[in-house]
Design a protein around this ligand. Structure first.
Ligand SMILES: Cc1ncc(COP(=O)(O)O)c(C=O)c1O
Length: 369
């Protein structure tokens, strides 16, 4: 039976093996393990490719979100507006600061935070909006920025799933005070371990972040702020810098694969294909379809060797860890409905047209039964 992995990281490694092996060797031979020159080089290159003034490498995407909240002074009792349909790290970073995530429903058409619902969630304690560019499609940044301006709010972009994505020709992460990225192995740009980064146009914020990730110090053993050890490892910096050379080509391949899914799944009335909005570049971290028979379809595909996933089966406001906030089923109906229907199909630059033809054939076969 044909086996199609959700994402094939081994195949990706083998396609650039020599360069990766050499990069790791270089770090080992120079003993630059925690932060250091390989991280600095990657920070400069990532800032450049993402059109940002500053970049700080950190140890994962959750830390990237948390360190920005710390650097912007968001804390006890402050409210931060967040889409309910996201990975738990987005609201958790807010809660870690003693601040309160205020969940807003998402838009059925594109899964992202519904800008029409944001104003109703603003109170005099609201400090920031944290849009997530979910699945690789930018949120409605024009609307979000104008609401933020009207109410004097900060904007922190969760770009964990959206490396190289663009909104009106500008790369994500450049709209608000900072953009936070994850380099978790399965991300569009993935480390061989954990990694993350913050980009910013503000020098002050960037400097504070540089200090906070080093125990709040600009100079070793002199501590200006309370901080963390949120450093990116040298080996990850070197690996990410190799992979960065391929990110444009890999992004185009993902976009091509999305187009192939649309071609081969066209006309199938039982599923809804993801909508790509105008004036933006979706980078297809995930290709998420919808169907009322989601669980049956997932198990049929699985029994035919095709791995799928659900991002995410429970919206954040209904997660056990947020029970204390008192949300109940029915509060954010669009996110709740989508959670029951969404299915992420295999997606990566390693996926071939033959793979997609096979997946589409199996999906059609399932709905014929
Ligand atoms: C939307 C979103 N935000 C934040 C994160 C956190 O990133 P990390 O896993 O690198 O901590 C992720 C990663 O899965 C994510 O998908």
């Amino acid at each position: 039976m044909r086996e199609i992995k959700f994402i094939d990281l081994k195949a990706q490694y083998l396609s650039i093996k020599d360069e990766i092996d050499n990069a790791i060797q270089e770090v080992l031979l120079s003993s630059a393990f925690a932060g250091g020159p390989f991280v600095k080089k990657f920070e400069e290159d990532f800032a450049k490719i993402h059109g940002a003034r500053f970049c700080a490498g950190v140890n994962n995407g959750t830390s990237a979100l948390h360190i920005v909240l710390m650097a912007l002074g968001i804390g006890e009792g402050d409210e931060v507006i967040i889409p309910a349909n996201t990975f738990i790290a987005t609201p958790a970073s807010v809660s870690l600061q003693g601040a309160i995530p205020v969940f807003v429903d998402c838009r059925e058409s594109d899964f992202n935070i519904d800008p029409e619902l944001i104003e109703a969630a603003i109170t005099d304690r609201t400090k920031a909006i944290m849009p997530v560019h979910l699945y690789g499609q930018p949120a409605e940044m024009d609307r979000i920025m104008s609401i933020a301006e009207k109410y004097g709010l900060l904007v922190i972009e969760d770009c964990a799933q959206a490396h190289m994505a663009e909104y009106n020709g500008t790369k994500v992460g450049n709209f608000g005070s900072a953009g936070c990225f994850s380099f978790y192995p399965g991300k569009n740009l993935g480390a061989y371990g954990e990694g993350g980064a913050v980009i910013s146009k503000g020098e002050e914020v960037w400097k504070r972040i540089q200090a906070i990730k080093e125990h709040g110090s600009f100079k070793k053993y002199y501590h200006e702020y309370l901080g963390h050890n949120y450093r990116l490892e040298g080996i990850q910096g070197a690996i990410l810098d190799v992979k960065l050379k391929y990110i444009e080509a890999w992004t185009e391949k993902r976009r091509m694969n999305a187009a192939l899914y649309r071609k081969y799944l066209n006309g199938l009335s039982e599923i809804i294909l993801p909508k790509e909005n105008e004036n933006l570049k979706h980078v297809y971290h995930l290709f998420v379809i919808r169907t009322k028979r989601r669980d049956e379809l997932a198990s049929f595909l699985n029994s035919n060797g095709i791995q799928t996933n659900i991002h995410y089966p429970i919206p954040c406001h209904l997660q056990h860890s947020y029970q204390f906030m008192g949300y109940k089923e029915g509060d954010l109906p669009v996110s709740e409905k989508l959670a029951k229907e969404i299915l992420s199909l295999p997606m990566s630059e390693q996926l071939s047209e033959e793979d997609i033809v096979y997946i589409a054939e199996k999906i059609r076969e399932f709905f014929k039964k």
